[in-house]
Design a protein. Structure first.
Lengths: 169, 319, 415
């Protein structure tokens, strides 16, 4: 995987790129489900760019995480909102960064509590490697290699633009 | 100040009382409950959060209602639920409260939901768990004596926030037997912590604890004055044993003075909501026309109660 | 046996003595203070440098659930005489029971045991016990312990009868009806914690009734364990009237208030209950001005009876071994000089009991306590000889440690 470029890529441009990758699937009427918080912003951006008329779903995986025993409950849980019937739909989960794959696993589990989708895809802006589960993105704009001590964070600026930030932990 | 409910990081490890909890924690519980409301609306009303955990409902005092709501909440979190109705007979056998706890801890209990007739009993359990080094076992108070019923207090706050949005502009009246009410004490602490500027207690002197003003409460003996211009009216249940004796002459006289009728309700704000922790005594503290009327939110309280108890159990079990 | 206690600070409150001196004891009595009497040869010499030498403490209330352990605890706490309330099992209502208790105490040979006889049979507040017979068996006065006489006529008759023989009656002033359901002071803390309250009126109503009956009968009455400012004021008024009324205060009530209940600490459950800060202050003022005796109200309670929810836990705390250090703690906080503080534990209770020679002048019976007022020790269950490990002070560091205790000129405790 390529190293981290400086400056960081333009997240808004990456969203447009991701929309282009998704466009060929529109005939299947995919339903977008964004994972809080970055994935939710990207999903709503994709919805605008592709002119979808259906409200997007939003998912908070806090109740399905596998690290509850170690970390407890996330102090700010947001309600999951799936405004459509999942049964038989082609679902595209949207997230900002794919890393260990555990969040994706939790999101798929939660989704299945709403019904049995026809398929589930995964669209991400960034894949930073480091997978701990057999999970792969179906659509990805940016592959990048990061140190364990680094984190990619997607921010929303005051004027509503999406922007990458590098965090050291 | 030392607070046995909080762990060393200041996070909620047991829920024993609302008193002494920071606003941040109350808000966190209410916010989390909102997410659980959504879970309860799904076809599969269950999340895997407490999978493999054992929740013991320890009811030293009977309450099928409260026990059922905790049971539903724990099951929706995928916990295993064991109900123990501990009547006087086990105490007669000589087993103390803490003996019982030791036994259940040995059975790998993760969370105790405790209802007890003595004020403070859940504190005794929480302190015992700390003494024996089991900070991985949690206690939720489901009502202790006259002291506290914190999950009821929180579900009342959830209800108020749901209908009124902002706590900081409200006038709230609590009406009835405040002296013997653990619900009233929890509500008072929750309301003042969440910034409600005016909390009123309404009732005859025989049913009001002394020094209520020290808790930041305004006392009214006249109900018409007490509920005038209120946004929220919380009616309390009048227990049968209080009705005929030295505290009150009769249920009828009580109803005439402190029963919530449509005429009295008209003195509150037009959009005031009426709450009641249940079970109601129709014709004693509340008129049926009010209980079944458009301003009553008594059944939504029950629904919110499940989500609030899910939130509390999942937060304490994770800390 | 001749004993000399060298170079201690000798404090004898009854005779206003407070000086560095050597105390000489011969044949069980005080022989001299300062200069050895002619021909005195000490068979034992105790170095009391840095220590206080005072008359042995008299504790006006100590329950002896396991008599050997508790009498050992008493002398380890510097207590040389203790008054035993009659609420034992069975209640001390027959001369034979009193006789047996006194003899058992003498046999053990540590602190002196001064029993209170039951005023009424079974403490039921109905039929009078055989007061004269009990007196003859060694009872120093008559009492109902914590059990009130509900029937005011029965109380009147009991006091009349006691007055006939000039027996003193000790009463806990607490109205039965106002106190029967309560578990804590009816104040802010009880309201907050949802504990059933005992109003101050429970005490003042009882005092008013008792004082009126004293006025009518002339019976000598000692009121035990006052808990409230209003109660103290009522008793003081009776004393101004020169009615024969005395009172004592439990040491815990001088130091603790309702706030010490904290989060339902069963060790802060007392009967009468710990009251408000203003009450504690009034009790402290009364003790400081010499109006009252201080007692330990020693109540050993097993762990199983304390590890219960607040309202189910037995009231009371262990006291014999902490009476002295806690009194020193109170005196330091209240600005009371050491001789005055010790008077509350020696001369004052002696006066209430009518013991004339509880002092350190030659001829007096040598009941003596030698303690190091500065020695610090941590109160733990293991540090107590008493079977009662129940104390709100567990874990606290206290100052004041007894070095030697003598009863009748015999060393009954040496650290």
């Amino acid at each position: 995987m390529p190293p981290l470029p400086n400056p960081l890529p333009d997240a808004e441009a990456q969203c447009r790129h991701l929309a282009d990758l998704l466009r060929p699937q529109l005939h299947r009427r995919p339903a977008l489900v964004g994972i809080y918080s970055g994935g939710a912003w990207i999903a709503s951006r994709l919805c605008e760019l592709l002119g979808l008329d259906e409200e997007i779903g939003l998912i908070d995986v806090s109740f399905y995480r596998d690290d509850f025993a170690e970390k407890g409950l996330h102090p700010q849980v947001k309600p999951t909102l799936i405004p459509f019937d999942v049964e038989g739909r082609h679902i595209v989960l949207v997230d900002d960064v794919l890393y260990t794959g555990r969040t994706t696993r939790a999101a798929i589990n939660e989704l299945f509590d709403y019904g049995r989708p026809a398929s589930v895809g995964l669209a991400v802006l960034a894949d930073r490697g480091g997978r701990e589960l057999p999970v792969a993105p179906s659509l990805c704009v940016w592959e990048v290699s990061l140190a364990d001590s680094e984190n990619l964070v997607l921010d929303k600026t005051e004027d509503g633009c999406l922007q990458w930030r590098l965090e050291h932990v | 100040m030392y607070n046995p409910q909080l762990n060393k990081d200041g996070e909620l490890s047991h829920l024993l009382s609302i008193e002494g909890l920071p606003q941040r924690i109350l808000t966190q519980i209410l916010d989390t409950a909102e997410s659980f409301m959504e879970v309860s609306a799904r076809d599969v009303k269950k999340v895997p959060l407490l999978r493999g955990k054992s929740v013991f409902n320890l009811f030293f005092e009977n309450s099928t209602r409260t026990r059922t709501t905790f049971e539903i909440a724990a099951k929706r979190l995928s916990a295993d639920v064991i109900n123990l109705d501990i009547n006087k007979s086990s105490t007669a056998k000589g087993e103390t409260l803490l003996d019982t706890i030791d036994n259940l801890v040995a059975m790998h209990a993760n969370l105790f939901v405790v209802r007890h007739a003595s004020s403070g009993a859940p504190y005794l359990i929480a302190e015992h768990l700390q003494r024996i080094g089991r900070d991985d076992v949690h206690v939720v108070n489901a009502g202790d004596g006259r002291h506290a019923h914190p999950t009821q207090g929180l579900l009342d706050m959830y209800t108020i926030r749901h209908y009124k949005k902002d706590f900081t502009q409200l006038r709230v009246a609590i009406v009835g037997d405040i002296l013997h009410s653990r619900v009233a004490r929890s509500d008072i602490h929750a309301l003042t912590t969440l910034g409600v500027p005016e909390v009123r207690a309404v009732g005859p002197e025989t049913l009001l604890p002394k020094h209520l003003d020290k808790l930041g409460v305004h006392v009214f003996h006249n109900m018409e004055e007490g509920i005038r211009d209120c946004d929220v009216i919380i009616m309390l249940r009048l227990q049968n044993e209080r009705m005929n004796g030295a505290l009150l002459p009769s249920a009828g006289e009580y109803f005439r003075h402190y029963g919530l009728t449509p005429q009295k309700l008209a003195l509150a704000k037009p959009d005031a909501i009426v709450m009641h922790p249940g079970p109601m005594n129709r014709g004693v503290e509340i008129h049926s026309a009010v209980a079944d009327g458009p301003q009553a939110v008594i059944l939504p309280q029950v629904t919110f109660g499940i989500a609030v108890r899910m939130a509390v159990m999942s937060i304490v079990a994770g800390n | 046996m001749n004993i000399e206690i060298r170079n201690g600070r000798v404090i004898d409150p009854q005779n206003a003595t407070d000086r560095l001196a050597t105390l000489f004891i011969a044949d069980g009595r005080i022989a001299a203070l300062g200069e050895a009497p002619a021909g005195f040869v000490a068979t034992q010499s105790i170095d009391a440098t840095g220590c206080v030498v005072c008359p042995g403490l008299i504790d006006l209330a100590a329950r002896l659930n396991s008599i050997e352990a508790e009498l050992a605890a008493a002398v380890a706490g510097g207590v040389t005489s203790l008054v035993v309330p009659p609420d034992a099992d069975p209640p001390l209502d027959e001369p034979e029971l009193a006789d047996r208790l006194v003899h058992r105490g003498a046999e053990i040979g540590k602190a002196r045991v001064l029993p209170l006889g039951a005023l009424t049979l079974g403490l039921k507040g109905e039929r009078l016990a055989e007061l004269a017979g009990l007196k003859k068996a060694g009872c120093v006065a008559f009492s109902q312990a914590m059990v009130p006489v509900v029937d005011t006529e029965a109380l009147l008759r009991a006091m009349e009868y006691a007055a006939t023989f000039d027996f003193a009656v000790w009463l806990q002033p607490q109205d039965y009806w106002l106190a029967r359901n309560g578990i804590a002071h009816e104040g802010e803390v009880a309201s907050r914690l949802g504990l059933a309250g005992i109003p101050v009126a429970a005490e003042t109503i009882a005092i008013a009734t008792i004082v009126q009956l004293v006025r009518d009968t002339g019976c000598r009455v000692h009121l035990t364990r006052l808990s409230s400012a209003a109660g103290v004021a009522l008793v003081q008024r009776a004393q101004h009237e020169e009615l024969p009324v005395t009172f004592d205060i439990g040491i815990h009530h001088l130091l603790l208030t309702e706030n010490d209940i904290g989060f339902f600490d069963p060790h802060a459950r007392f009967s009468p209950p710990l009251r408000a800060q203003g009450d504690r202050q009034a009790l402290s003022n009364a003790a400081a001005s010499g109006l009252a005796a201080i007692c330990s109200d020693h109540t050993p309670v097993g762990a199983d009876d304390k590890l219960l929810p607040f309202g189910e836990a037995k009231p009371g705390a262990t006291g014999l071994e902490v009476l002295l250090p806690l009194t020193l703690k109170w005196a330091a906080a209240a600005g009371v000089e050491l001789p005055q503080a010790l008077a509350r534990l020696t001369a004052a209770p002696a006066r209430i009991l009518g013991l004339a020679d509880h002092h350190l002048l030659p001829g007096a019976v040598a009941d003596v306590c030698v303690f190091d007022p500065a020695a610090e020790w941590q109160l733990t269950a293991d540090s107590l000889r008493s079977r009662g490990k129940n104390s709100p002070w567990l874990g606290h560091v206290l100052s004041g440690k007894v070095r030697t205790t003598l009863v009748g000129g015999r060393i009954v405790y040496a650290a």
